[in-house]
Design a protein. Structure first.
Lengths: 234, 756
C-alpha cells in the first residue's frame, strides 16, 4: 500500500498489519490444536492402558479361579490342562506388564512433559497480547514515549513468531521414538502371545475345529444336557 | 529475520527406503505448501513496516480512536475467513488422501508385476532349477488382476482426483469389486505361510540365496529389495491398508459431501473384507493341519469324563461335603455324596467363570472404546506414525472385534446356557434332601401308611434319578467347560497370529525396529530423555524471555501498597498478579490483574506448591502461583543532584521522553540501536503528567513529590541540559525532580487545567 500517502478517513488504525496478525493467529492455532491433541492422546493412552491391564488381570483370574477349584483334581488330564492354562495366562500378564511399562516410559511420560510446555507458551502469547493492548492504548503519545512500548511488543511478537513454528516442528523429532516404541512393544507382546498360545492350544484344545464345528459341538452337548430329566425344561 | 520455515522445506518424510522411490503426492504437496507459506510471511513483513512508517508520520496530525463496533464486525469477517481457510485445507487434505490411495495402488500393482514377470522369469532361467518356484506365485495373478481392474475402472471414467465425481467413482469401483477382492486375497493370504516357508528354505542355502538376491536386485534396480518376500508380502499389507486409507479420506470429508455415505460404506466393506479373509485363513489352516492323533488324545481324555468313574472317586469328596455342609445324614450314600459334591464344585466353578468372563469382556469393550490412534499430532506423514496407525486401526477395528465376537459365541454364550441348566439339578438335589429327612423319620417303621409310602417312593425316585443322571450331567458339563477353555486359548492364538501377519511388512521399513530388543529399548529411552532435555531448555527460553512483568505505570493506590508491602516484607517478596483471580475455597483471595502482593509462603498448609500464601496489603490468603510473577521495582535512589553532575544522555534536545515503566527488560532494545529523533510534544496534551513515586527534596533546588499528584512540567531538563532532572511545578512550588520519577497517563477526557 505504498501509493497511499495518507490513511485519514480510516477510523481504525492498523498497529499491526493484518498479514502479520493472521500469520500469528495461524501459528498459534496450530499450537493450540497440537496442545489439544497432545492432551487427548495422553488421556486416551492412559485409559487404554488401564483397560489393558484390567483385561489381562481378568484373564489371570479366569484361570486362577478355575485352578483353585477342587474340581480340577477330579481328573488328572483336566488338572494338567488347567495348570497349563493358568501358567500361560500368568506369563501373558507379565509380558503385558512389561509392555505397558515400556510404553509408560517412552510414550506416556514424554506426552505429559510435552503438554507441560503449553502453559508457558500460552502465557507468553498472553503477554504479547497485553503488550499489544498497551501499544494500542498509548498510540496517542509522542513517538518517543511510544518507542519502548512498541519495541516491547515487537520483541515479543518476533520472538513468538520465531519460536512457535520451531516448537511445532520439534514435535516430529520429539515423538518419533515414542511411536517407534509403541510399535515395537506391540510386536514383542503379540509374538510372545503367539508362541505361548500355540503351545497351549496344542496341549488343551481339540485341533482341527472350525468355529462352526465348535458351535455345533457345544450345541450338541447342551442338547444332551437338556434331554436329561433332572434338568428343568424351560 | 531468518525464516523459521526453511527448516521445513525438505519433505518431512524421508523417502522410505523400501517403498516408493519417488516422493508420494503427499510429500510433494507439503513441499509446495511450505513454499507458499514462506512467501506469505515475507509479504506480510514488508507490508507491516511500510504501514508502520506511514502511521508514525501521521501521528501528529490527528487523533485515532478505536471503535469497538468496527472491531466486532471485523472479527466476524476474520472468523469467516478462518473458517474458509479451514474448509480449503480440509479439501486439500481430502484430495491428498485420495491421490495417495490411487497413487499407492498403482505403485503396488507395478511392483507386483515386476516381481511376477521380470523377477520370476529371470529366476526360472536359473540353473539348477529352483525347487517349487511356481508355488511362490500361486495366487498372485488373481491379486494382480483385481488390482488392475480397480484401476482400469477408475481410468475408464477419465476423471482426475480433482474432479468432484472422482471419489464416488473410486468407492463404487471398490464396492463393485469387493467380492472379487475377497476371493483373490483370501486365497493369497491363506497360502502366504507357504510362501515364507519356501523362501526360508531357499535362505538355508547361502550360495543359492545370494544368487537369488542378485537376480532380484538386477531385475528391479530402482527398488531397494533384498528378498522375494519384499514383494510377495505386499498383498498382505495392502488389504489391511484399505480401511485406513478410506478412513483418512473420510476424515477430511464433510458429511454433506455427496460421496460421504458411499465412502462410509466402502470403509466398512474394507473392514468386513479383512474379517472374512482372516476367518477363511483360519478355516484353511485348521483343515490343513487336522491331525487325527492329537485330536484323539484330547478327545479321548474328554470322553472319559462321561463315565461313572468320576463318581467313584468318593472318599475325600464325601468327607469334604459332610464337613462343609454340616449335614450328617443317617443314610450315608457315599456315591451320592460324591456326585453331589462334584456338582456343587461344578456349579461354583461355572458361576465364577461366568462372572470372570463377563468382567473380561467388559474390559475388552472398554479397551476398544479408546482410539488413541486418532490423535496423530498432525504427524500423519511420518513413517512410524503411519505404521502405528495401521497397526492400531487393524487391532481395534477388526482383529480385536473378531476376537470378541468369537469369545462371545464360543465361550460366553455356551457358558450362560450351561449356567442356566444348573438350576434343575440344584433344585432336585435340595428336594431330595427334604424328602430324605422326611424319609428318615418313617424309615424305621415296620409298616407304612399310604401317605408314608408315597413319601418313601418320592425319595427313592428322586434319589435314583439323580444317581443315574448326575454323572452324565457332571461329565458333560465338565467336557463343555474344557472345550470352552480350549477355544479360549485358540482364540488368543488366532489373535496373535493375525497381529503377526500385520507386522510382517513393518519391521523391515523401520530401521530401529530391526535392532535387537535391548539395543532398541536403550535407544528409545535415550531418545526420550534427550527430547525431554531439549524441551526443558525451550521451556526455559519461553519463560525467561517473554514473561516480563506487566508494562504499566503504577496507580497511586498500587504505589502505596507497594510501599507498605516492601516495608513489611522486603522488595524481594513483591509479586504481581498476571491475571484476575477469583477465590473458590476458604482463604482464597479474589484479586485483579496487576495488583501487588507480598509472598508469605510458597505453598499452602498441605504443601501444595501451586497455592501461595500472600499479603495483599491487608487481607491475607491464597492465590494460584501460576498467576504470580516477580515485580521488579525501580531503585529508589535518585540520580545525583542536578548541579553536580553532567551526564551524557540520549536526548537530542527537545522533549524528554517520560519514563514509561520503572524497570522494563527490553529484548530488542539494544544499546547500539540509534535513538530516534525526538519530536516536540503537543501543546494540547491528551495526557497528564503525574508523580509516579514519592520523592523527598534534598536541597532547595529540588521539590518534594507525593506519588499520584498531578504536576506540570516546565522544563524537561536541568540547567546543564541533562535530562535526568526536570523542572516542575507542583502544589505551587517549583523545583527539580528526577525525570524518571514522573509518569505519564493518557486522559480520556479533554484535559482541564487541573493544576494551579
Amino acid at each position: 500500500m505504498s501509493w497511499m500517502p495518507f490513511k485519514i478517513g480510516q477510523p481504525k488504525k492498523q498497529i499491526v498489519s493484518k498479514t502479520v496478525e493472521r500469520d500469528f493467529e495461524r501459528e498459534y492455532n496450530k499450537l493450540q490444536k497440537l496442545e489439544d491433541q497432545t492432551k487427548k492422546l495422553h488421556k486416551d493412552m492412559k485409559k487404554s492402558t488401564e483397560a489393558d491391564i484390567a483385561m489381562s488381570k481378568a484373564a489371570v483370574k479366569i484361570s486362577g479361579d478355575l485352578l483353585s477349584n477342587p474340581l480340577c483334581e477330579q481328573d488328572q488330564a483336566f488338572l494338567e490342562s488347567m495348570t497349563a492354562l493358568d501358567t500361560a495366562m500368568k506369563r501373558m500378564d507379565s509380558f503385558n506388564q512389561e509392555k505397558l511399562n515400556q510404553i509408560s516410559k517412552t510414550v506416556i511420560d514424554p506426552l505429559k512433559k510435552y503438554s507441560s510446555v503449553f502453559p508457558s507458551l500460552n502465557m507468553a502469547v498472553k503477554r504479547r497480547e497485553q503488550a499489544l493492548q498497551d501499544y494500542k492504548r498509548l498510540q496517542s503519545k509522542a513517538r518517543e514515549e511510544l518507542r519502548p512500548v512498541r519495541e516491547d511488543f515487537e520483541a515479543k511478537n518476533k520472538q513468538l513468531l520465531d519460536e512457535m513454528p520451531k516448537f511445532y516442528h520439534s514435535r516430529i523429532d520429539y515423538f518419533q521414538p515414542s511411536f517407534e516404541a509403541l510399535i515395537r512393544a506391540q510386536v514383542v507382546y503379540f509374538t510372545e502371545m503367539h508362541n505361548i498360545f500355540s503351545e497351549l492350544t496344542d496341549q488343551i484344545d481339540q485341533a482341527g475345529l472350525t468355529d462352526e464345528q465348535r458351535e455345533r459341538e457345544n450345541e450338541a452337548k447342551l442338547s444332551e444336557l437338556r434331554a436329561l430329566s433332572i434338568v428343568a425344561d424351560d | 529475520m531468518e525464516s523459521p520455515l526453511t527448516a521445513e522445506s525438505a519433505p518431512p518424510t524421508p523417502a522410505p527406503r523400501n517403498h516408493t522411490p519417488s516422493p508420494s503426492p503427499r510429500a510433494e504437496a507439503q513441499e509446495v505448501r511450505m513454499e507458499e507459506k514462506e512467501g506469505t510471511v515475507e509479504e506480510g513483513e514488508t507490508a507491516d513496516t511500510e504501514e508502520d512508517s506511514i502511521y508514525l508520520s501521521l501521528s501528529e496530525v490527528s487523533v485515532f480512536v478505536e471503535e469497538p463496533a468496527e472491531d466486532a464486525s471485523e472479527k466476524a469477517v476474520a472468523e469467516e475467513a478462518a473458517a474458509e481457510e479451514r474448509a480449503e485445507r480440509e479439501a486439500q487434505r481430502q484430495l491428498l488422501a485420495t491421490e495417495e490411495l490411487v497413487y499407492t495402488e498403482r505403485n503396488y500393482l507395478r511392483l507386483l508385476q515386476v516381481c511376477t514377470c521380470t523377477i520370476r522369469s529371470n529366476l526360472q532361467k536359473h540353473q539348477p532349477q529352483l525347487t517349487n518356484l511356481d508355488s511362490m506365485f500361486l495366487y498372485i495373478e488373481e491379486v494382480i488382476d483385481v488390482s488392475g481392474r480397480l484401476l482400469s475402472l477408475l481410468d475408464q471414467k477419465q476423471l482426475t482426483p480433482h474432479d468432484p465425481l472422482f471419489l464416488e467413482t473410486l468407492c463404487e469401483a471398490f464396492l463393485s469389486l469387493s467380492t472379487d477382492i475377497e476371493s483373490a486375497y483370501k486365497e493369497y493370504l491363506a497360502n502366504y505361510n507357504n510362501v515364507t516357508a519356501l523362501e526360508n528354505s531357499y535362505k538355508q542355502k547361502e550360495a543359492l540365496w545370494t544368487e537369488i538376491v542378485k537376480v532380484i536386485k538386477s531385475s528391479a534396480p530402482e527398488v531397494n529389495a533384498a528378498s522375494l518376500s519384499f514383494f510377495l508380502v505386499m498383498p498382505v499389507q495392502r488389504i489391511a491398508r484399505y480401511p485406513l486409507l478410506f478412513q483418512t479420506v473420510m476424515k477430511h470429508t464433510e458429511p454433506g459431501h455427496p460421496a460421504y455415505s458411499l465412502l462410509e460404506q466402502t470403509a466398512h466393506t474394507a473392514i468386513a473384507l479383512n474379517c472374512r479373509i482372516n476367518e477363511y485363513k483360519r478355516f484353511r489352516e485348521v483343515a490343513d493341519k487336522y491331525k487325527k492323533t492329537e485330536t484323539l488324545t484330547i478327545r479321548d481324555k474328554m470322553n472319559r469324563l462321561n463315565s461313572h468313574s468320576i463318581a467313584k472317586k468318593t472318599a475325600r469328596l464325601s468327607q469334604f461335603i459332610k464337613h462343609e455342609t454340616g449335614i450328617a445324614p443317617k443314610l450315608v450314600d457315599e456315591e451320592f455324596d460324591a456326585l453331589e459334591g462334584f456338582f456343587y464344585l461344578l456349579e461354583n466353578g461355572i458361576t465364577v467363570l461366568h462372572e470372570n468372563v463377563e468382567t473380561y469382556l467388559d474390559h475388552l469393550q472398554r479397551f476398544l472404546s479408546y482410539r488413541p490412534e486418532e490423535f496423530d499430532l498432525d504427524m500423519d506423514s511420518e513413517k512410524p506414525v503411519i505404521c502405528y496407525k495401521e497397526i492400531t486401526t487393524a487391532l481395534r477395528q477388526w482383529i480385536l472385534p473378531t476376537f470378541e465376537k468369537r469369545m462371545r459365541t464360543l465361550v460366553h454364550k455356551p457358558l450362560c446356557a450351561l449356567k442356566e441348566l444348573l438350576a434343575g439339578p440344584r433344585n432336585l438335589i435340595s428336594k431330595r434332601l427334604d424328602k430324605l429327612l422326611d424319609y428318615e423319620l418313617i424309615e424305621e417303621k415296620p409298616s407304612l401308611s399310604y401317605d408314608e409310602q408315597a413319601v418313601a417312593n418320592t425319595y427313592k425316585t428322586i434319589n435314583t434319578l439323580l444317581l443315574n443322571e448326575l454323572p452324565q450331567f457332571n461329565g458333560l458339563a465338565l467336557t463343555l467347560l474344557w472345550g470352552m477353555l480350549g477355544a479360549f486359548s485358540c482364540l488368543h492364538k488366532d489373535l496373535a497370529a493375525d497381529m503377526e501377519q500385520l507386522f510382517q511388512g513393518f519391521t523391515q521399513q523401520l530401521p530401529p525396529g530391526s535392532l535387537e530388543p535391548n539395543a532398541f529399548w536403550e535407544w528409545a529411552e535415550c531418545s526420550v530423555l534427550e527430547g525431554a532435555r531439549r524441551l526443558e531448555s525451550l521451556c526455559w527460553n519461553v519463560k525467561d524471555q517473554l514473561n516480563d512483568s506487566i508494562v504499566q505505570p503504577l496507580s497511586p493506590g498500587s504505589q502505596n501498597r507497594l510501599k507498605v508491602l516492601t516495608d513489611k516484607h522486603g522488595s524481594g517478596k513483591i509479586y504481581q498478579l498476571t491475571g484476575h483471580v477469583v477465590g473458590t475455597r476458604d482463604l482464597d483471595l479474589s484479586l485483579n490483574r496487576g495488583e501487588l502482593v507480598a509472598i508469605i509462603s510458597e505453598m499452602d498448609t498441605r504443601g501444595d506448591k501451586r497455592r501461595w500464601l500472600v499479603d495483599a496489603g491487608g487481607p491475607r490468603g491464597y492465590v494460584p502461583s501460576s498467576k504470580l510473577v516477580r515485580y521488579h521495582q525501580v531503585t529508589m535512589d535518585p540520580p545525583p543532584s542536578p548541579h553536580l553532575t553532567v551526564t551524557t544522555m540520549d536526548c537530542a534536545g527537545g522533549v524528554r521522553r517520560y519514563s514509561y515503566h520503572p524497570d522494563v527488560r527490553r529484548l530488542s532494545y539494544t544499546p547500539d540501536t540509534p535513538q530516534p529523533q525526538l519530536v516536540r510534544a503537543m501543546s494540547v496534551p491528551c495526557f497528564q503528567v503525574f508523580a509516579g513515586y514519592d520523592f523527598r527534596a534534598r536541597s532547595s533546588h529540588e521539590v518534594s513529590l507525593r506519588a499520584g499528584e498531578p504536576i506540570r512540567v516546565l522544563e524537561p531538563h536541568d540547567k546543564k541540559g541533562s535530562c535526568d532532572w526536570s523542572l516542575v511545578e507542583v502544589r505551587g512550588q517549583r523545583g527539580y525532580v528526577p525525570s524518571n520519577y514522573l509518569a505519564v497517563m493518557p486522559t480520556s477526557t479533554t484535559p482541564t487545567a487541573t493544576y494551579r
